[in-house]
Design a protein around this ligand. Structure first.
Ligand code: VG1
Ligand code: CO
Length: 545
């Protein structure tokens, strides 16, 4: 087998966003586009003699083609061992677990996560490092710098590898193994949760679940977990075959995109528990019968109940949430007497805290929750955590949440997204907000709201002291309310402007009110501060979660 060195030219747009490089499939299909990025990853790291790399993706269109290219470039770059998921399938959390288990130097995840797939959809690449988590900002910047100057890449001239059979083969001096990506992940879950108790719950006719994999990667994992291992009746897991275009749907587990699950849970004779996960399996949405759990509340409730779960029975060392995530978990941390860290948006910011053993659980408002078992958020893990709590307490989802609110108060919370707006207008809006926030800081109140804090969030990592600036404009009020503005770093069409709204309510007689109604004064205030309608040219948000 011959290694070919191919001359190439840099592409200017290979800067990764919140979570990897995401572009329309057609961009990735340009000659040398994928190759440049992969070679840039290898150029930016030291590859040792015994190096192992994990490769796999969420099964979206271009997954298999990209894997073949990556294997051949990796082999040409002297990587000794490459472990690829059977049929190219590997969920993001399962790759994180595999990197740690096999002591790999890293993993390449092919996914644009919750973005739609298919010929006209999106594709993406995430690079995770040896602890199993997304590469730090420093490494990501190094990769980006390499993409700006790259002039050649190396690729092995070899036939494609059949990904459909488990087994191994040699590509030059590289050993390629096609591995079962599901069993080790299921075994990891068995170490953390009480499968016996959950089995008793799911096998009983009194408790029905509905798990929607949205035609994405978690299908085979969820079927094995819930139906094969935990005794749920066949059909409890729906849309369980990963499709290249996710069946034309948006694989995003929220009230809008997982609408058939939502209709099922809010219908007549609905199941007791519903859940969905996203394209690459790291997000989760939790539903009870006629009941939606916000991801921010979910993090708080998991933290408050962690002692009930075998894997966390010794307690939670600390917790972390992304800055826009509601402060519900802060109240639990205070009661438990543990630290609560506030990080910028994106899982990579949790990794130093996890590696230093400062935190056990962490989460984001964007339907992401996880723990120190891996270094990614983990959709199925969150679902199992909830089922384990239900199996032990015997309470419904709704009652678990109400009891939590009664004890801690409720953080009414919502995110309003304005999608596909003009990039220049979105940037103008953020620039204006940065100016406004300085002015607001000089005031003590805005309308009748007393301001306690206003800034453009800048984060100093407590472990390595690295600084991440301009992470979102935030305004906090004396009542515990907050308004946060930031631009998405994962969209691929124009810009997405996000407004995060939060209001705290301790009065038990008011905790069942409608969220949008409770937040309406803050929604108005956000408009007054940011002039959203005029900048976005939209009358209302495109998505409310
Ligand atoms: C979004 C979410 C963020 C999440 C990121 C990746 O980023 O807000 O919380 O970490 O997606 O999730 P942004 O920059 O668009 O707000 V995933 O499931 O795409 O890996
Ligand atoms: Co995802």
């Amino acid at each position: 087998m011959r290694t070919r060195t191919v001359t190439t030219k840099p592409f200017k747009d290979q800067k990764p966003g919140t979570s990897g490089l995401r572009k329309p499939v057609t961009i990735f299909q340009q000659s040398n586009y994928l190759e440049n990025f992969i070679q840039s990853i290898f150029n930016s790291i030291n590859i040792s003699e015994t190096s192992t790399l994990i490769v796999g993706g969420d099964g979206r269109y271009y997954n298999s083609q990209a894997i073949q290219i990556i294997i051949k470039i990796a082999a040409a770059n002297s990587i000794k061992r490459i472990l690829v998921g059977h049929k190219g399938i590997f969920s993001t959390p399962a790759i994180s677990a595999a990197i740690r288990y096999h002591k790999a130097f890293g993993g390449i995840i092919l996914s644009a996560s919750h973005n739609p797939g298919g010929v006209n959809g999106d594709f993406g690449i995430k690079y995770n490092t040896e602890h199993g988590g997304p590469a730090s900002e420093e490494i990501t910047n190094n990769i980006f710098n390499c993409t700006k100057t790259i002039n050649k890449y190396k690729i092995l001239e070899a036939k494609d590898i059949n990904l459909n059979y488990l087994g191994s083969c040699n590509l030059g001096t590289t050993k390629v193994e096609i591995i079962d990506s599901i069993t080790p992940y299921v075994e990891l879950m068995q170490q953390l949760f009480d499968f016996g108790r959950i089995h008793t719950l799911l096998a009983s006719s009194n408790f029905r679940i509905s798990i929607d994999s949205l035609n994405a990667v978690t299908g085979p994992y969820a079927r094995t977990l819930f139906e094969t291992c935990l005794g749920a009746p066949r059909g409890s897991v729906q849309n369980d075959i990963p499709l290249e275009d996710f069946g034309g749907k948006h694989p995003d587990p929220n009230l809008i995109h997982a609408s058939s699950l939502v209709n099922n849970l809010f219908g007549l004779n609905s199941p007791d528990f519903g859940a969905a996960s996203d394209g690459d399996g790291d997000r989760n949405m939790i539903l009870g019968r006629n009941f939606f759990v916000t991801p921010s509340d979910s993090l708080a409730i998991l933290t408050a109940n962690a002692h009930l779960i075998p894997g966390y029975k010794d307690g939670v060392k600390g917790v972390a949430r992304s800055m826009p995530t509601s402060q519900a978990v802060d109240r639990v941390a205070k009661k438990l007497g543990i630290e609560c860290y506030e990080t910028p948006t994106g899982w990579k910011f949790f990794n130093n805290l996890l590696n230093a053993d400062k935190i056990t659980l962490c989460g984001e408002e964007s339907f992401g929750t996880g723990s120190n078992h891996i270094r990614e958020k983990d959709g199925l893990w969150a679902i199992l955590f909830w089922l384990n709590i239900i199996a032990i307490t015997g309470k419904s989802v709704e009652n678990i949440v109400y009891e939590h609110w009664k004890q801690y108060g409720r953080n009414f919370y919502s995110r309003h997204d304005y999608e596909e707006i003009e990039l220049s207008k979105a940037n103008d809006c953020m620039n204006q907000l940065r100016y406004t926030v300085k002015k607001i800081r000089e005031k003590t109140a805005f309308n009748e709201y007393k301001i306690t804090h206003a800034d453009d969030f800048s984060y100093i990592d407590p472990i390595d002291k690295s600084i991440s600036k301009q992470q979102g404009v935030r305004i906090s009020f004396a009542s515990g309310s907050r308004i946060i503005f930031r631009l998405s770093g994962t969209g691929t069409k124009g810009a997405t402007f996000r407004v995060y709204l939060e209001k705290y309510q301790f009065d038990n007689t008011k905790i069942k009110l409608n969220t949008q109604h409770v937040l309406s004064p803050l929604i108005q205030l956000a408009e007054e501060i940011a002039h959203i309608k005029s900048f976005t040219e939209l009358d209302k948000p495109t998505i409310i979660t």
